[in-house]
Design a protein around this ligand. Sequence first.
Ligand code: PXG
Length: 448
Amino acid sequence: MNAVSQLHPDSREGALRAWWMPFTHNRYFKAAPRLIASAKGTYFTLADGRRVFDCLSGLWCSPLGHSHPRIVEAVKAQLDTLDYAPSFQMGHEPAFRLATRIVELAGRPEDRVFFTNSGSEAVDTALKIAVAYHRARGDASRTRIIGRERGYHGVGMGGISVGGMVANRKMFAPLMIPGVDHLPHTWNPAEMAYSRGQPSWGAHLADELERLVALHDASTIAAVIVEPMSGSGGVLVPPRGYLDRLREICTKHGILLIFDEVITGFGRLGTPFGADFFGVKPDLTTFAKAVNNATVPLGGVIARDDIYQAFMTGPAHMIEFFHGYTYSAHPLAIAAAHATLDVMAEEKLIARAAELSPVLEQAVHSLKGEPHVTDIRNIGLAAAIELAPIAGQPGLRAIRVFEKALDDGFMLRFSGEMIAIAPPFVSSAADVAAIVEGIRRALRAVPV
Ligand code: PXG
């Protein structure tokens, strides 16, 4: 036994020892833990009693605010009725009804939904559907997947293979799926720094897909996967015309286009999906997070009807797609999603996100010229502020800004050299202005 494991669990070090925290600087955190005790509406209450504004809607996932009474009520009622139901060879009615609501909201009523429990599982599911679809149609050489640099598609082996974040990939390279290539990312500060909304430069970057087709041949490529807007990469906004161009090239070569809408799905851009915002139709769409306000883990894939139909061959009593999760369509998650979609519709919260978008754009771009700021990007109800790194200490600048803002009552998201915000849709214009002023104070308080 080492010294640490002998610590008394009542001591702070002992109490924090066992949980190996995700995407967290564990040693730094445990030396000065930031503990959340409760949440209500747009605020978290920390263990020391301070209330902080939730500037990223959780991790992009709670746009209705926390402990929404309608969602709480729905989940509690579901617990009393059906706590769990197997989804293999059995089904429960609310899950079918939710799938119908999702394809209707997406404006694709003929399409199909496969439920998962997270965005990562949704991505791996979409990749498997894409490869199996081509095989089912007799096009078995189409196995290659094209991702994009700086893309984030969760942390499954498939997701990190197509993802484009080096830190998430480098330790696992031998296990990642082979036969993957990447498009270049679309952020070019020399051409687009401080763009408001979509940059006008960069549609031609989609033509890189033609180069990859020329290199690998279309007959080897199953799908292209991109986030319509890269959230984790730092709100990287697609240049005007870029996604349309990707769509055209995919269609021309029989390649499926997967939009990873884990962040953009369910209203973040002020439209039901990013596909609606950009006016580009993907073949497969992944979602998670906001679908049920993150009350219970839920994700999924929307598949074009003919993709589903391609699997519906062979004897009717045989399983068509050997894939699924114990918790696929978990009743509590489904109940939370119904309540979330009810509230979104009744309170017109997606339109509310659209109304707040210009307020956020105006406010966040007023940070241009503040200390350390090198770029500001925004789209829908999301924005990122890129900071100049501290020499020799990558990442520390954004941590410092995050810490100052937290002390001041604003919980931001930091990642690399960047601060991201994605306020809850139920925020007021005054809340959005207050977040930005909080960031301004934090930027000014962090030493050069
Ligand atoms: N795809 C996309 C586009 C995502 O943004 C995932 C897949 C994976 O989802 P799960 O549910 O497996 O985590 C994501 C997740 C951040 C942040 O601060 C973003 C995510 C998760 C946590 C933090 O940018 N995105």
